[in-house]
Design a protein around this ligand. Structure first.
Ligand code: F6P
Length: 559
């Protein structure tokens, strides 16, 4: 898969990262910022609705409530040209080392390449390895589902526990929640990620070790949270079933073979992931074993093929109708030109409850950088703060601030157009109506004059009219899936992955590394020494002293 863009060398592209404000399209966009009409006026234009809906891979994006018109769109397209977006996309799909600081490709698209044409990472076709590993982990998933894979004492698996964090957790929780109607009814799924040990303790209080299966997902196998949880789970299991049970009750996904050896993971239950897959993109790999076990082989392949269809669209469709390109460019316009400060993700489906958390890692770990690809500090805002909750709950919590507060934000409303529960179509429609109403209210607002006009008691209404106005003019996109099924979910996740890449190209940053998570990890080691032994001489912040005092002897004994 490749675009027709002339391919500048990666090093040349990298050197141009700093030039955003020198682009002529940039000056044009800054000029347009003050001249682009408000949303109310834009929405009054004939035919706007239809012209602003774009579709691909079963997703339909309504951009009509974004503050863009033809002039803005033309300038954004020009910006994409000037920032070499086509060439960057070509390099991404060609498996070049687009993760320049770590000198690695970012080829997660190969993991869902259900078309099976060759894809190359650093010149090697990775598809034979990817397909072999896919077959292996789908085999294990099916084995657990149909009872061929059992506990050490022959018990059928009733509980699957995924131990992992970040990309080794968030995508799985999100997908299993989202696809619950497609899930095996006879197996429960659990997720253990937090360092404090409570999730595992709560779980091991009641699950049966003989029928519990653990999947340790850790690309590095050195992540502190995951190691502590995996070691504690192992200890719990060994205390009840003996050392020999480890090889039947634990699977693992990692690049770290020696660590899997040491843990005692059986060869048939260990799965590879590769350096060219970033942790937050690993849902599609064997890290997705829990998801595959929940929804089964066929549905998991549908999840992959939905993402693959979106990949093909991203790699081949013209920029003016390319969903991730439009979504990414409009995000840049909102944040870097219009001054939006954060972005709300508002699913109108309780099943997408964890989708905002999933996107927080995808977007904020990727584009939360202060330094450009060329090593210079960024002179413009980079990663947006992403936050959100299912819309219905949000309406009764933080939407007040959205409608009448002073914060500047943009939003994505996400919903399946059709209900997966045929018996509740009215309930589903009520949710969709609320979603559209919120998008409209945020865009159009309500003037004081309209408040008064709608009130039968004109004199009484005047006193409160100012309190009841809604300023409006808040940009949002409505993202419709045909239904919340594996295929659409795959396409939705791939849409956002590529949107983040588009944003990174325009802003000139490397979205594939995450150096910012390292400092806190190092300091945690020092803090642990200080908390366990206050006399160690390690300088501690005030809170550490309070912790030591509150814990008394318990602090020193490490309890
Ligand atoms: O938070 C940093 C990070 O490396 C993420 O990128 C990753 O998803 C997570 O930690 C877990 O890493 P691992 O899979 O190596 O345990």
């Amino acid at each position: 898969m490749s675009t027709a863009a002339p391919l500048l060398a990666l090093s040349e592209l990298e050197a141009r990262a700093g030039g955003l404000q020198r682009c002529s399209a940039w000056a044009r966009l800054c000029d347009l910022a003050n001249r682009t009409p408000a949303l109310r006026e834009l929405l009054a234009r004939a035919d706007r609705s239809r012209a602003m809906v774009h579709s691909a891979a079963g997703l339909h994006l309504d951009f009509s409530r974004q503050r863009v018109d033809d002039s803005v769109l033309a300038a954004l397209m020009q910006l994409a040209e000037e920032r070499d977006l086509g060439a960057w996309i070509s390099h991404l799909f060609a498996g070049a080392a687009v993760n320049t600081t770590e000198r690695r490709p970012a080829l997660h698209m190969a993991l869902r390449n259900t078309g099976r044409e060759p894809m190359y990472a650093g010149g090697t076709d990775v598809m034979p390895l990817v397909n072999a590993e896919l077959e292996r982990f789908l085999g294990v998933a099916e084995g657990i589902r149909d009872g061929r894979i059992r506990g050490s004492a022959g018990g059928r698996i009733t509980d699957v526990v995924n131990i992992g964090i970040g990309g080794s957790d968030l995508g799985l929780v999100m997908a299993i929640d989202a696809l619950r109607p497609y899930s095996a009814g006879n197996i429960r799924f659990h997720f253990v990620s937090n360092i404090d040990g409570t999730q595992l303790a709560d779980l091991t209080a009641w699950v049966d070790p003989e029928t519990t299966f653990f999947i340790v997902c850790s690309k590095s196998f050195t992540t502190q949270e995951t190691r502590l949880n995996a070691d504690a789970a192992r200890e719990w299991l060994v205390a009840r079933l003996g050392e020999n049970a480890v090889s039947s009750h634990f699977a693992a996904v990692s690049v770290n073979d020696p660590a899997m050896d040491e843990f005692g993971i059986a060869p048939a239950l260990r799965f590879r992931i590769w350096d060219w897959v970033g942790g937050r993109y690993s849902l599609w790999s064997a890290v997705g074993l829990a998801v595959a076990t929940a929804i089964g082989r066929q549905r998991f392949l549908e999840l992959l093929s939905g993402a693959h269809e979106l990949d093909r669209h991203f790699a081949t469709a013209g920029h003016t109708r390319n969903l991730p390109v439009l979504l990414g460019l409009i995000a840049v316009w909102n944040q870097n030109v219009l001054g939006v400060q954060s972005h709300a993700v508002l699913p109108y489906s309780a099943r997408l409850q964890r989708f905002p958390a999933y996107l927080q890692q995808l977007e904020m770990e990727s584009n939360g950088k202060g330094v450009l690809r060329d090593g210079t500090p960024s002179a413009w805002p980079t990663g947006t703060v992403i936050w959100g909750e299912p819309g219905s709950n949000g309406q009764h919590a933080f939407f007040q601030l959205l409608h009448q507060g002073t914060a500047r934000f943009s939003a994505d409303f996400i919903a399946p157009a059709r209900s997966e529960r045929a018996e509740q179509p009215d309930r589903h429609l009520a949710g969709l109506a609320n979603m559209l109403a919120q998008a409209e209210a945020l865009a159009r607002g309500r003037s004081e004059r309209e408040v008064l006009a709608a009130s039968p008691d004109k004199t009484g209404a005047k006193a409160l009219a100012a309190q009841k106005t809604h300023p409006g003019n808040h940009p949002s996109t409505v993202i419709l899936m045909e239904r919340l099924d594996p295929r659409s979910l795959g396409a939705l996740v791939a849409l956002y992955e590529h949107k983040v890449f588009v944003q990174s190209v325009i802003l000139g940053i490397n979205p594939f590394d995450q150096w910012g998570v390292e400092l806190g990890k190092t300091l945690a080691g020092t803090m642990q020494v200080a908390l366990k032994n206050p006399a160690s001489g390690v300088g501690v912040p005030a809170a550490a002293e309070v912790i030591v005092r509150l814990r008394g002897d318990a602090g020193r004994s490490g309890a």
